[in-house]
Design a protein around this ligand. Structure first.
Ligand SMILES: Nc1ncnc2c1ncn2[C@@H]1O[C@H](COP(=O)(O)OP(=O)(O)OP(=O)(O)O)[C@@H](O)[C@H]1O
Length: 327
């Protein structure tokens, strides 16, 4: 569905060159759901805009749905749906009219665009809103209409640029249910950008981590977490022998069975942390707690922090994605 090689975009603002996308290679096969994850300004939208033929690459090549984005932009556009960051609907139009307009725009005959609009109104739960002006819809309803507009011509490949940004958690979950359902029914390929870590983690089969215009990792969320992040067991303990932190950590380290995969054990005050180089921390938790007991420490409370894509991003870039987004 997508094959990009050396895709590069450099913007020039005043005398400054902005390397928005820098030598990116991407392959997406039919039926995949791929998320581009990265902080603001990482180059996600620019990559997507080149793949959708909206922006000419400075260098490099890309074929999308079998067509070259530079030589055959019309064919690319006929085979993709693109839902950009802003709401696409004309604000003064009514919901159904806007869907019809989109159908006309793609050259569908009247009978086809009417039935397609009816299908999408049902699939995206827009029933009852057909005659409403777009400006009166809620954020979640507008976003569902955007998805419907992007799907009017039944494209096999859908691009979604931050589909859920600005939506409340309920509307986000609702939109995702609809996208997943459409995907189950049609086998559509989906490429999306997001900076919601939980969304990429739960929804995407593949996460392409982008930073400073470059791909820094490309794998399933589980594989990324296994390779680039650790689970951490944290326990608050009481030590009857009144041992100091260094001694406690040493005793725990010696008591941990080798198979537990602990890469670091530290104690500070009454807290012991055991870093496990795996995403199987939950299964290793009982053995870790047993090691604390053997070290003559009484466990008062214990918790497990599982590896996340935020840890993956930290280990790959030295920065936390959450903080990048907040700033
Ligand atoms: N038309 C433009 N002219 C100049 N610079 C641009 C233009 N479009 C994007 N940029 C710059 O290119 C870089 C990448 O921007 P891009 O929008 O692709 O990032 P992003 O990862 O999609 O960010 P966000 O999550 O905020 O949408 C940024 O530094 C941005 O300021």
């Amino acid at each position: 569905m997508i094959r990009a090689r050396g895709l590069t975009k450099t913007f020039h603002r005043k005398k400054e060159a902005i390397h928005a996308v820098d030598n990116v290679d991407i392959d997406v096969v039919e039926g995949e759901l791929v998320a581009f994850l990265g902080p603001n300004g990482a180059g996600k939208s620019t990559t997507m805009r080149m793949l959708t033929s909206l922006l000419a690459p400075t260098s490099g090549t890309a074929t999308v749905a079998g067509f070259d984005v530079v030589r055959d932009p019309d064919k690319v556009r006929a085979h993709i749906g693109y839902i950009g960051q802003g709401n696409g609907g004309g604000y003064s139009y009514k919901v159904r009219d806007e869907l019809y307009n989109q159908g006309r725009f793609y050259g569908l005959p009247a009978r086809r665009y009417r039935s397609r609009a009816a299908e999408l109104i049902e699939a995206l739960e827009l029933g009852g809103l057909e005659k409403r002006g777009i400006q009166s819809l809620s954020g979640g309803q507008k976003r569902r209409l955007d998805v419907a507009l992007g799907l009017m011509h039944e494209p096999p490949l859908l691009f979604l640029d931050e589909p859920t940004t600005g939506l409340d958690p309920h509307s986000r979950a609702n939109l995702w249910e609809h996208i997943q359902e459409l995907r189950r029914r049609t086998g559509m390929t989906i490429v999306l950008t997001t900076h919601y870590l939980d969304e990429a983690d739960k929804m995407a089969e593949r996460v392409v981590v982008i930073d400073h215009g470059r791909i820094v990792a490309d794998a399933s969320p589980g594989d990324l977490e296994r390779e680039y992040a650790d689970d951490v067991i944290t326990a608050r303990v009481a030590s009857p022998a009144g041992l100091d932190a260094t001694e406690s950590a040493g005793l725990v380290r010696r008591a941990l069975p080798p198979g537990i995969g602990a890469v670091d054990t530290e104690a500070s005050g009454d807290v012991v942390t055991v870093v496990i180089a795996t995403t199987h921390g939950a299964e290793r938790l009982p053995a870790a707690l047993e090691a604390l007991r053997l070290a003559d420490l009484t466990v008062l409370s214990a918790s497990l922090t599982q590896a996340s894509l935020d840890d993956v991003f930290l280990n790959l870039t030295g920065r936390r994605l959450r903080e990048e987004i907040a700033s």
